[in-house]
Every structure is written in structure tokens, then in C-alpha cells.
Write a protein that binds this ligand. Sequence first.
Ligand code: IMP
Ligand code: MG
Length: 175
Amino acid sequence: MKENIRTLISKDEIAVRIAELGAEISRDYAGRELHMISILKGGVYFMTDLSRVISPEVPVTLDFMSVSSYGSGKSSSGVVRIQKDLDESIEDKDVLIVEDIIDSGRTLSHLIELLGRRNPSSIRLCTLLNKPDRRETDVKVDYIGFDIEDLFVIGMGMDIDQKYRNLPYIGVVEE
Ligand code: IMP
Ligand code: MG
């Protein structure tokens, strides 16, 4: 099937915003080390781009986890099952969870609770996109790339049926 994709946020706009976030995070974590965790597979594109614009004075380490959330239909229940756990302990580390998009927020609120029990020094959340109108749970997002309206988007890690994650821009599939 050939999809008709409209650009919502261009590659250049994304690069500018990621550079701003990188500068902000570099300031906030000055003098510390940062342990970035991305949720496979969607968060990976954003995390690698973001990590490249963090100052070398804030040494970065990376880890990955994969979770599935049981849900009915399109909304996630937020009951998180770990499919692939982190490789390393997060105890006493400054953790930054890096996500592609936060929708209902259920997956993330459960994940933060779960990771919080592993005694990190701190835990913050960074997302490329945020859909505030869709939020169903109270989750504190520390760094947001862009707030968007309630549209289904693809690219920069986000997929439709596992496809189009590789688009370097954020697109919307037109009917
Ligand atoms: P929630 O915040 O628990 O509802 O789920 C967020 C997850 O749903 C994200 O990490 C994405 O994997 C997926 N998701 C939500 N909105 C979109 C979208 O517009 N495009 C692609 N995936 C989405
Ligand atoms: Mg995701």
C-alpha cells in the first residue's frame, strides 16, 4: 500500500529543537554523568540524535529496554511487561528515559515507578513529542521536544505497522 505522507515537523526543525534540548540537558547535568535509557524501538532514533548534542563534559552511557503494555484496542492499559530488561544496574545513576512520544502516559508512569524501585540517584523523562490532550495519567515530563495535537504520526522512530520508523521527519498519514 502506498501511503500519502504529509510533513508535520521537518528534519531541520527537529535538528534545531534537539540541539536546544541537548544544551539544556548539558546545563542541568553539569558535573554529573548521564545514563540514558531508551525504550525500543521507537525511542532509539531520538536518543542517538540527542546523545550527540550533549556536551562531552557530561559523559553519557546508554542502555535499552523493551516493554509491552497490555491494552484493549488503541489505548494502552499501562500494565507493563518487560520483554527485554536493561543490561546494567541503574543504582545511584542519574537516569534519563528517552521516549519518542507520550500519549496516554500510562506506559511511562508504570515504567518510572518500576525503575524508581531500583534506587537510581534521579530519574527524569525526555520525549520528542507530547500529546497533552491525550493524557490519562499524571506523569511529569521534564523535557519535551514538541507538543502536538491528537494526530497519529510516523517517523523519527514512530511506526505504523512497524514501518516508516526511519523517516528523518515527523509525518502524518493522510486518508
Ligand atoms: P502511552 O503514552 O502509554 O499511551 O503510549 C505511548 C506509546 O504509544 C508510544 O511510545 C508509541 O509507541 C505509541 N504511540 C502513541 N501515539 C503514537 C503515534 O501518533 N504514532 C506512533 N506511535 C504512537
Ligand atoms: Mg514507544
